[in-house]
Design a binder for this molecule. Sequence first.
Ligand code: NAD
Length: 453
Amino acid sequence: MSNDTMSNLIQKQKHFYNSGQTRSYDYRLRQLSKLREALAANERNIMDALKKDLNKSEFEAFSTEIGIVYAELAFAIKHLRRWMAPKKVKTALTHIGSKGRVIAEPYGTALIIAPWNYPYQLAVSPLIGALAAGNTVLLKPSELTPAMSSLLAELLGGIFDEEYVAVVQGGPETSQELLTQPVDYIFFTGSVNVGKIVMQAAAKQLIPLTLELGGKSPCIVHRDAKLKLAARRIVFGKFTNAGQTCIAPDYLLVHRSIKKELVSHLREAIRELYGADPLSNPSYGRIVSEKHFKRLASFLQDGSIAAGGKTAPDRLQIEPTLLDQVTWDMPVMQEEIFGPILPMLEYDDIQEAVDMVNARPKPLALYLFTQQPGIQEKIVGSISYGGGCVNDTLMHIATPYLPFGGVGESGMGAYHGKGSFDTFTHYKSVLKQTNRFDITFRYPSSKNGLKLL
Ligand code: NAD
């Protein structure tokens, strides 16, 4: 798309936004309902696109993408009226006679830039928040999942005029072009490095933004954990979508005394969830591109392989793999893995685990397996991270009641449920003063406190 076409599109959206149509409850509700109908009618096409782009099974497509979007939509539709209502606030004694209100105001035109790993959910979920909050939207899906990108363009183009919702397809150049436009809000999901580029671009125009980024999310397994159950939940969290999940446990920090036993439970859980030969399991995901496949395959040289380790380069697949004897200076520990490879490190004292995590950038997620409330409190209270679970993995992302987002290098801002509405809303504070009297203390050289008018 040329710069002129893009700029025309944005002007069109601004014009439409300024017409005030997106402000009403009825309008927003109608659009969300229309979206829900179109998504439901296209469920088959969505599954096909996910299969084509990432070899996602129907089960995974529903549980990690389609189902989450339905839940977000239903939640937004149910609560929209209450979220939109202006909130009256108390009046301070110094402001007697006046009334204060906080008004939920849309930003205007929102730009959403989405990644490829959950190409449906991570594009549509923020879209729901942006529309619920009354914005117009420019959505740029990832070029690495072309089937989903064109499906979204077709599907959303079929129900919305481009002055309200427009899908702009393209890669980094298109994204950078969009970032020079005078949009009113930017919502970016992707890598830390690109997040920095996005924030710099936003800074040039002082555009407010949300950054949903990534990083290395630790999973701590303490010596008293219920190991069999922990192993199943870890395997689920790590190997769903072949490890290409922003909140997947990136690495394990395991109490030395239980490592051997945990490894044998992890092997068993891999067999239970993906079969004895995951590479021949049609439901096991593939790596998104050859570039990422090669990057991941090179990590198999690090440490020693404790499970898996085989690859199918023609299908871009890597077995669920456990790496033992890993140290922090190995390449696998230098960047977010984002694939089905799980390195393990050991600790003797829980404080060591805390220190190791705190010495690195604040992670997007953290998982802890222990039954001891004292250890749970210690970890939750002494490590800064976006969000996470105690005795589980991933599940904190799938409830509209928990805002989801990172902190520090893993991002800023949060969404899901009401959090999505809040993200795309400017809360405008308005004080309405009385004209019946005037408190004159505030004026220079005033003598009387109160003057009736
Ligand atoms: P990415 O940063 O490469 O790309 C994300 C989006 O940015 C894509 O639409 C892409 O076209 C665009 N883009 C790429 N390079 C750009 C550039 N130089 N300038 C402007 N835009 C550019 O990320 P990805 O590979 O698609 O996704 C994987 C990353 O995203 C991982 O780091 C993962 O942890 C993170 N992630 C985070 C979340 C979250 O919710 N916090 C969710 C999923 C993925």
